[in-house]
Ligand binder design. Structure first.
Ligand SMILES: [Zn+2]
Ligand SMILES: [Zn+2]
Length: 153
């Protein structure tokens, strides 16, 4: 994660900020995970790891990391932001379960090619795609079926 530290330090310096110890702790935790996470997830993770960092610092560091394009923010419309590494966002799409909040990813080059074609037909140069499919994951869909069956029986 040498590059990330360098990019972040450069960004902080440009804004007359410093890579303080708590910010560095957040940085390491962020780049030690490959999941989508929220600020609260990260706060809990730091507490469990025995390296607690104040809420304010976590929130502030996450927004700084987004500002310098190391992290991508996702909003699934439930009042909290999910983050993931920008470098991992190889044009993948997200499936969001509205029942349990699970996020899965999918990647299909055909979809990317189609989006690219549509954008170019409009004379538009695409930089980033974001596909979100909202619905119910397989587990939650199965639970609903069982619940509905129970209600009838
Ligand atoms: Zn679900
Ligand atoms: Zn993702």
């Amino acid at each position: 994660m040498g590059d990330e530290v360098q990019i972040f330090e450069d960004y902080l310096r440009k804004h007359s900020l410093h890579l303080t110890a708590p910010r560095e702790t957040v940085l390491h935790a962020v780049f030690g995970t490959h999941e989508h996470f929220t600020a609260d997830d990260l706060i809990a993770h730091l507490q469990r790891a025995g390296t607690p960092v104040s809420k304010a610092t976590v929130y502030r560091t996450l927004s700084l990391l987004s500002e310098c394009s190391l992290l991508i923010e996702h909003d699934f419309g439930q009042g909290k932001k999910y983050y993931e590494h920008a470098s991992e966002l190889q044009h993948h799409g997200h499936l969001y379960c509205s029942d349990c909040g699970r996020i899965s990813e999918f990647y299909d080059p055909r979809l990317n090619a189609l989006q690219d074609k549509i954008a170019r037909q409009e004379g538009f140069e695409p930089v980033q795609f974001a596909v979100k499919i909202y619905g119910r994951c397989a587990d939650c869909a199965a639970k609903r079926v069982r619940r509905d069956a129970g209600a009838i029986g």
